[in-house]
Every structure is written in C-alpha cells, then in structure tokens.
Design a binder for this molecule. Structure first.
Ligand SMILES: *Cc1c(COP(=O)(O)O)cnc(C)c1O
Length: 396
C-alpha cells in the first residue's frame, strides 16, 4: 500500500478496530500490569518466547500506539516514549555515552540539557564542549578521538540560530559520529532530521506534539536496535516511563498537528509583520524575516518558519516586564507550542541560570522577550500586544 501523506498519518492509527469493539479512537489502557492466562504464559513472556505485555514500565498498548505513530512521523525505525523531554534526552545520551567519551553540543541548547551534561561530566566523566556548529572546519577542529556524538537543536531557543543539518550530518558521517537532534521547536511537520541522515531525534512532546499545554512528555526516535536497547536499559531501569493517559492525550493532540502548525506559522508571520513597524521594538528574531541572516537556510531545511518570535523592547528589563504585565490575551508563562499565546523573559526565566556574561554572548539581554504565538485570532493577539506596548511606553 502506498504510504499516505503525513497529514493523514497523523490522524489514522495502527490498531485493529475490530478487536476493540470498533472504537474510532485508540482505547486508553489505564493499567499498570497485565494478567497472564496462566503461570506458563508469564514464564514465556519473561523469557521472550511469547510476545505480549507484562507491566506498563516495559510497555503498554496505548503508549505503543504513540510510539509507532511518532516513529512513522519522524521516518525512524522505532520510537520510545518518556515521561518528559528531559527523560528522553538523558536516556538517549546515557545510552550513547560512557565514561571517558566526549560530546560536541550546539551552543545555546535547552538549559536542562546543559544541566544534564554538566552532571554527567562531574559524576561520570563524560566530557562535552559547546560550540557554534556553523562550519565544517570549526566542527572538525573540535573533534577528538573520544568524541562520539554531535548533539544539536535547530532553531535554538530563544535566539533562533539555525544549524545546517546537512552540513553537520556530512561531517559526522565522515568522522563516524552519531548525530542527535532535539526537534522540539519544529515538530516532524516542519522538519524531519532523520530523512537527511540524523541518527536520533528527540522531542519534548510537552510542546507542539501535545499542543494543548496539558502534558509533560518526551519522545526519542532512531534505529530499531538502539531503541530496543534504550527501552530495556535507560527507560526500564532509570524509569522515566510515560503514563497511558498522557500517551492518549498526545495521540489526541497529534491528530491536529498539521492544522495547528500551519496556523501557528501563519499567526507568527502576521505578528512579525506588525511588530516590525513598532517604534519601541528592536531586533526581532524570526526565521521568516527575509532579512534574518539564516533566512535562506530556514527556507531550505524547514517547511515553514515556526511559531516563535523573540524581540527586544526599549527600556530594558523594567519595560519588558511592564509590557508583559499589561498583556491580557497573551499569557506570561514558559513552555511553547500551546493553543494559548505565551510570553516569557529569558534573562530572568528560562536562562536565568546561565551566567550573565554567557547570556550576553548568546545574545540574550534584559530587553529580550520570547513569544510563542498561539492559535487565537491573530488580530486579537496583535491588539493585545499593541495596547500593552502603548501602555508601557506612555508610562515611561
Ligand atoms: C521543553 C524542552 C525540553 C525539555 O522538555 P520537558 O518536556 O520539559 O522535559 C527539551 N528541549 C527543548 C528544546 C525544549 O523546549
């Protein structure tokens, strides 16, 4: 059978409805354990001589359905679901690394990923370097005999710097390194790193995959052999397992991923168009901006430009906070990819643990705010921002 388009695969499932009373949606198996027909069957399942579920830390039908869907959407052989994006990040990295190994990481990665790398360095002697992966020569210069993995996010939060996936993957292949991409910002609808040669993709499914701000979850996808090992080691024995109801919510959220992403992208485009004419708004960072330094790369490797916009407003932290406090439709909160528009102040929130000097180097100053454009009417989002800007600058 010919493979259906992504929009269709998001909606249709893999389970046999005739075995589930014709249920349209995937049934929720809210159970911790599975009853064996008899003791011998239990023995056969544990021995691996008979397939079937045993205990929900090792597998659950609702979670499996989500894993199959995510593997399919990312064009991976297999996927494993986790209780958070960080559980997925740490499980994949612990699987790939051992004491004495070294990992190259794109500068500006998610704060807790950085935190995990620091802990792994301190406790398990796994070394890492942060770098701007913007040329093959630079990457080659940082590779050591102990280097095993290139780990990256593109675009990066909140500075929207992109990494050229094809370029990095080419270097990694030549040097025999694995490439891990945190694809949270794009979702498989905008970017599928495995189709251009990445080995593993990770998601904080908390964001666009869920899309409704009601779940914390993670996904890792990659080669079958690795994913099976991850399932039976860094998932099973560390235990960051996704609950069946959360998997069910993600399956529900995924059905609308394509329409949601189209609307997120469209709304972001409209907000950018308005923002760029605002006198008190400076330095808008948005890959869809034709003058953005990596606009061409964004066009090449992303289907559209995403739903995130960062910008600086005049007057530093005080003005930024005043602006945020005047918003009514846009909510002041971290996280992204939800139906609600969300705004946060990276210097005092998501990146407050990064030392000020390092923040400045990354381009995160006190005037910068990051907006996750939601699915509301774009005019209502804009009217809200406009009145907040007016109030902010009247008061100064
Ligand atoms: C949120 C996020 C994570 C962590 O995911 P959780 O689900 O919060 O554990 C990792 N990477 C990126 C890019 C994120 O935005």
């Amino acid at each position: 059978m010919q493979k259906k388009d992504l929009e269709t695969r998001l909606i249709h499932g893999y389970f046999d409805r005739s075995k589930h009373h014709g249920s349209l949606t995937h049934p929720l198996y809210q159970t911790s354990t599975f009853v064996f027909d008899n003791a011998e069957q239990g023995e056969a399942r544990f021995a691996g001589n008979e397939s079937g579920y045993i205990y929900s830390r090792l597998g659950n039908p609702t979670v499996s359905e989500l894993e199959k869907k995510m593997a399919d959407l990312e064009e991976a052989e297999e996927a494993v679901a986790f209780s958070s994006g960080m559980a997925a990040v740490s499980a994949v990295l612990i699987h790939l690394m051992k004491a004495g190994d070294h990992i190259l990481v794109s500068e500006g990665v998610y704060g807790c990923t950085f935190g995990f790398l620091e802990m792994a360095n301190e406790k398990f002697n796994i070394d890492f370097d942060l770098m701007q992966m913007d040329s093959p020569e630079k990457i080659r210069a940082m590779i050591r005999p102990e280097t095993k993995v290139l780990y990256l996010e593109t675009p990066i939060n909140p500075t929207m710097k992109l990494v050229d996936l094809e370029m990095v993957i080419k270097v990694a292949k030549e040097e025999g390194l694995k490439v891990v991409v945190d694809n949270t910002f794009c979702s498989p609808y905008l970017q599928q790193p495995i189709t251009v040669g990445a080995d593993f993709v990770i998601h904080s499914a908390t964001k666009y995959i869920s899309g409704h701000g009601d779940v914390i979850a993670g996904i890792a996808a990659g080669p079958a052999e690795d994913m099976q090992t991850i399932r039976m080691t860094t998932l099973k024995d560390i235990g960051g397992v996704l609950g069946p109801f959360d998997a069910w919510l993600l399956l529900r959220g995924l059905k609308t991923l394509a329409v949601r992403m189209d609307r997120h992208c469209e709304n972001a485009r409209l907000i950018f168009d308005k923002l760029k004419d605002e006198p008190n708004v400076r330095k808008i960072i948005y890959p869809g901006d034709p003058t953005f330094s990596q606009h061409g790369l964004a066009k090449k490797q992303m289907k559209d430009f995403g739903g995130l916009i960062s910008f600086e407003i005049d007057g530093g932290k005080e003005a930024a906070q005043r602006f945020m406090n005047e918003l009514n439709v846009v909510q002041v909160a971290v996280s992204l990819g939800d139906a609600e528009s969300l705004i946060q102040h990276p210097a005092s929130m998501t990146h407050s643990v990064v030392p000020e000097e390092e923040r400045k180097k990354m381009g995160i100053n006190d005037s910068l705010v990051r907006l996750s454009v939601g699915l509301e009417s774009p005019m209502d989002i804009w009217d809200d921002m406009k009145q907040a800007l007016e109030k902010t600058f009247l008061k100064i």
